[in-house]
Design a protein around this ligand. Structure first.
Ligand SMILES: Cc1cc2nc3c(=O)[nH]c(=O)nc-3n(C[C@H](O)[C@H](O)[C@H](O)COP(=O)(O)OP(=O)(O)OC[C@H]3O[C@@H](n4cnc5c(N)ncnc54)[C@H](O)[C@@H]3O)c2cc1C
Length: 380
């Protein structure tokens, strides 16, 4: 641990390590990252690895599109193969109303420059003849959506920042933020004190609690989301498939396992994880219905992680009003892995230049909650 840091980042998940990577790339020295456990112990190591640009809010589309650009060159820039696979995303619609919503989404997404199209049921069956689409009306298809291995991506960033000279401290908890006259002067950890004037809250599921350390009331909360993985079989499914109506997402990994999850009807609140038999009982029949070949697949493991949820299901990226240079990148509401490359870049630019240059994230600040919010709908 260094005694004085130019920037302290709280959280060594994909967001914290991406911020550190981008700061170091911009030439910032003496950056400290504190991770209370091991790298990828938080939501990142528990996530589905989906990288999707098909959102209902323009900001999520923009951030995801920028992230896809960065994911495509991740191996070159960050130095590791993260099993990135641009197999597309298929979103299924079940009613005329949902088709109409999808049509509007596609219009907006195409305005943003995304290569996305509306498919009929017949077109979907032609692409994916092994699916049972009895109740499906159609869907949307974006060939540049992707998926990757989130643990490896987090570790890749961690190894890169170490090479770049970042002071990365695992198994070290931040327990307090020292503020004098509205300015940060240091950070207290369970292993010592670090002087600093700039703090980034990238604490994932603990963003609200870390906000309170600086008397900043960030409107986020955490809820449990469950996920499972099957045994591996021959490759058949290229894209991630999502059904909002039937409440699931599913993809096949590079090694042949299927990873899938849903939102529980009443998700447990907080960071107390654990998992339930009900989750398995709900997931299995709907997957076998839509993908009949899964009938003979064995589930090998289930687990859960926290979604850090904001009021409009879009990230909150801002500097605190009452504490100078206290920056937070939180509330990713179940899609922080895919946004992390662009968010890390934007936050680093905020710190170095005073505003984000590459992607304009000015409307992701706290002030938006004073007005009527535009909620992101495409969340499982
Ligand atoms: C089941 C599931 C499936 C998901 N699927 C997807 C998906 O397909 N695509 C996608 O984009 N996103 C997905 N997500 C969401 C994604 O995992 C998160 O949005 C993303 O990982 C958030 O990254 P983070 O770095 O903010 O948080 P985290 O990875 O949780 O990292 C925060 C870190 O901060 C540390 N920390 C907290 N408090 C302190 C402290 N006081 N001191 C030091 N360290 C501290 C924690 O230990 C943690 O490691 C999924 C999430 C879950 C749970």
């Amino acid at each position: 641990m260094i005694p004085e840091a130019s920037v302290v980042i709280i959280g060594g998940g994909i967001v914290g390590t991406s911020v550190a990577f981008n700061l170091a790339k911009l030439g910032v020295n003496n950056i400290s990252v504190f991770e209370k456990s091991y790298i990828s112990s938080g939501s990142t190591g528990r996530c589905g690895g989906g990288i999707r640009q098909q959102w209902t809010s323009r900001m999520n589309v923009r951030l995801a599109m920028r992230s896809v650009k960065l994911f495509r060159q991740f191996k070159r820039d960050v130095g590791m193969d993260i099993e990135y696979h641009q197999g597309g995303y298929l979103l299924l619609a079940y009613s005329d109303k949902e088709m109409e919503e999808f049509r509007n989404n596609v219009r907006m997404q195409r305005e943003e420059g995304l290569d996305v199209e509306l498919l009929t049921k017949e077109q979907i069956l032609k692409k994916f003849p092994f699916m049972n689409l009895e109740e499906v009306k159609g869907g949307t298809w974006c060939p540049t959506d992707a998926h990757a291995n989130p643990q490896i991506a987090n570790i890749a960033y961690a190894m890169a920042i170490k090479r770049m000279g970042v002071d990365l401290n695992t198994h070290t908890s931040v327990v307090g933020i020292d503020i004098q006259n509205g300015e940060i002067v240091g950070v207290q950890t369970d292993k010592g004190y670090v002087k600093t004037n700039v703090v980034v809250n990238a604490a994932g599921g603990f963003s609200h609690e870390v906000g309170l350390m600086a008397n900043v009331n960030i409107p986020t909360h955490s809820e449990r989301h469950q996920i499972l993985v099957t045994e591996s079989v021959n490759h058949v499914l290229d894209p991630m498939v999502i059904s909002f109506q039937n409440n699931y997402y599913v993809r096949q990994t590079k090694h042949g396992s299927f990873i899938m999850g849903q939102s529980d009807k009443n998700p447990a609140q907080g960071n107390d994880l654990g998992h339930t038999v009900e989750f398995l009982e709900e997931m299995a029949p709907k997957m076998i219905h839509d993908f009949p070949f899964m009938k003979h697949l064995h589930i090998v493991r289930q687990w859960s992680g926290a979604y850090n949820v904001s009021p409009d299901a879009q990230p909150i990226i801002d500097e605190a009003q009452n504490v100078s240079r206290y920056i937070f990148a939180v509330g990713f509401s179940g899609h922080g892995f895919m946004l992390a490359p662009a968010v890390g870049e934007a936050v680093a630019e905020m710190i170095v230049y005073g505003h984000s240059k590459t992607t304009d994230i000015s409307n992701l600040g706290m002030s938006r909650f004073a007005n009527k919010i535009e909620k992101e709908h495409n969340v499982v």
